[in-house]
Design a binder for this molecule. Structure first.
Ligand code: GDP
Ligand code: MG
Length: 407
């Protein structure tokens, strides 16, 4: 009789070794957990000791081996090949265990069998999952026509969030399959535009409430709040003939007050400066006869909760009105998202995007609208007062996002 001792991490490992070294007639005599290595009794690793034996005279036959771990199907394998791999694996591992020798207590043999079965089950489950993802991927890739790939690339270039990009591509693919047709590039762009418009639709009613007498503009420093106020005020006074007034609380910089004052003078609009919420009633009194009051605020560190709540307390003292968050498209998406999240806590939903002229990447607008349920009002595209501003228009925006390929 030839007896051999194996020290392994798990039983299946030993089974493989026994099969290949001692042959298929080998039997396991005993298994037990042991601890090896370490230093002065510490850091010892748990291992399994397996004693196996074969009658002398019996040749270690070339036995079917229990695959250690089924080799993961390579991505370039076809589905058929993958299925064969799994079948082969299953056939090999499901082969009955060698009958336990009488010396082996039945309890340990049952445990052994159980462990092996569990191992097999896990292996097959992993393989199945792997196959399913691979099959889905390859199916997707195969059915992605050139135009779809091009659209995907465009959306990536535009920094549209991967979740919206994937959702859109998936929807287009399904719609195409359902119609059993392959859309031309034009059709594809048209369908993509329609779908994007549908998604934006709940937020696309953006206008500053005509009933609101006081409109506050908030947002980080330098995004274009003061310039935007001047643009909108010009439209309201010159085109609409409304009586407009200005209030500024941006007293952190002398230049900021002067900047708004310059516009106030040009437009012949009265202006009040407030240093704290306590000054507000007086300012409103001064502007009593004005139909519309634009309120300029200081750009502060709006990623800080403290500053946002500070602005909010200033606004709350005021008469009911609207608050518009101004965001510059030259800002980083992450920073814009952080600001939107902070203001979102105070129920601020209207947004105005500036500096459209300084970017050709438009995905951030979509991402922000969808993620924070923001309602876009205007987009500003230049420094010229009063011309460089227009109402947000979903169709125009989607054309910008999808690019010139759009029909
Ligand atoms: N290119 C571009 N520049 C803008 C736009 N709006 C404002 N600006 C410029 O951005 C700078 C800061 O504007 P300002 O109104 O003072 O920002 P505030 O700090 O938010 O009040 C100024 O130089 C503006 O001329 C825009 O839509 N496009
Ligand atoms: Mg300003």
């Amino acid at each position: 009789m030839r007896v051999k001792r194996y020290v392994v991490n798990a039983l299946p490992e030993a089974v493989t070794m026994i099969r290949s070294e001692l042959g298929k007639d080998a039997v396991i005599l005993n298994t037990k957990e042991i601890k090896v290595g370490g230093f002065m009794g510490m850091f010892r690793k748990k291992k399994m000791e397996v004693i196996a034996a074969i009658e002398s005279g019996q040749q270690p036959a070339a036995a079917p081996q229990l695959p250690k771990a089924a080799p993961p199907p390579r991505p370039e394998q076809s589905l058929e090949q993958m299925v064969q791999t799994v079948q082969r694996t299953a056939a090999a591992v499901l082969e009955p265990l060698p009958a336990p020798v009488a010396a082996t207590p039945p309890a340990s043999s049952d445990k052994l069998r159980e462990e092996r079965e569990q191992f097999i089950i896990n292996e097959i489950r992993d393989l199945k999952q792997y196959m399913a993802t691979l099959a889905k991927k390859s199916q997707e890739q195969a059915s992605m026509t050139g135009a779809l790939l091009e659209l995907r690339e465009r959306l990536d270039d535009q920094e549209l969030d991967a979740k919206w990009r994937d959702q859109l591509i998936e929807w287009l693919m399904t719609a195409q399959q359902e119609q059993q047709a392959e859309w031309s590039k034009e059709q594809l762009w048209e369908q993509a535009a329609d779908k994007l418009k549908e998604w934006l639709q709940p937020f696309d009613r953006g206008e500053i409430d005509r009933q609101a007498r006081i409109v506050h503009f908030v947002g980080p420093t330098g995004v274009g709040k003061t310039t935007t106020i001047a643009k909108l005020a010009a439209e309201q006074t010159i085109k609409q003939g409304r009586k407009v007034g200005f209030i500024t609380s941006d007293t952190y910089r002398i230049a900021a007050v002067d900047q708004l004052r310059t516009y106030a003078n040009i437009l012949n609009v009265p202006m009040e400066v407030v240093f704290s919420p306590m000054d507000l009633p007086k300012a409103f009194k001064q502007l009593e006869g004005r139909e519309l009051i634009y309120m300029d605020t200081a750009g502060r560190n709006f990623r800080s909760e403290l500053h946002v709540s500070e602005v909010n307390s200033l606004l709350h003292g005021a008469e009911p009105g609207e608050t518009v968050l101004v965001l510059s498209l030259t800002g980083k998406t992450k920073d814009m998202a952080a600001v939107a999240a902070q203001f979102g806590k105070y129920g601020i939903k209207k947004v105005l995007f500036t500096k459209l002229d300084e970017t050709s990447v438009y995905g951030a607008i979509f991402n922000l609208i969808m993620d924070f349920e923001l309602i876009p009002t205007y987009v500003a595209g230049g420094q010229t007062v009063p011309d460089d501003i227009e109402r947000f228009n979903a169709d125009t925006y989607i054309k910008q996002l999808l690019g010139s390929e759009s029909p």
